[in-house]
Unconditional design. Structure first.
Length: 112
């Protein structure tokens, strides 16, 4: 019986972990928040040149899932150098910033 409960509850809990990124969010407010909080380190504009440290928002959008973007904003890696935004942003604001970043997942053209 315990195995059956675990088999049902583990996927349910894992599914709940992705809910915040999938919830309705305001990408326009996310852009506004990014201009206030993120722009001093990240290039937040669409079409920004790709770089690794710190990555541009468009490169983040192209290479990461919306759920991963949300999770990394909520609890950044201690090795990333990114401040712990969970102390600065409300959960709804994190969703908004993640929605703005995810909205940048568009093909990039390279000029000759």
């Amino acid at each position: 019986m315990r195995i059956a409960i675990a088999a049902v509850s583990i996927p349910l809990l894992l599914g709940m972990a992705t809910v915040p990124a999938a919830m309705a969010a305001d990408a326009a407010n996310g852009y506004k928040l990014a201009k206030e909080r993120c722009v001093r380190c990240h290039n937040i504009e669409p079409g920004g040149g790709f770089k690794q440290r710190p990555p541009t928002f468009q490169s983040i959008a192209i290479y990461r899932t919306p759920e991963d973007i949300w999770a990394r904003i909520l609890a950044p890696s201690p090795h990333s150098g990114m401040p712990e935004t969970m102390w600065d942003l409300l959960p709804e604001e994190i969703q908004d910033v993640a929605a703005y970043i995810a909205s940048l997942d568009k093909p990039v053209t390279i000029a000759p």
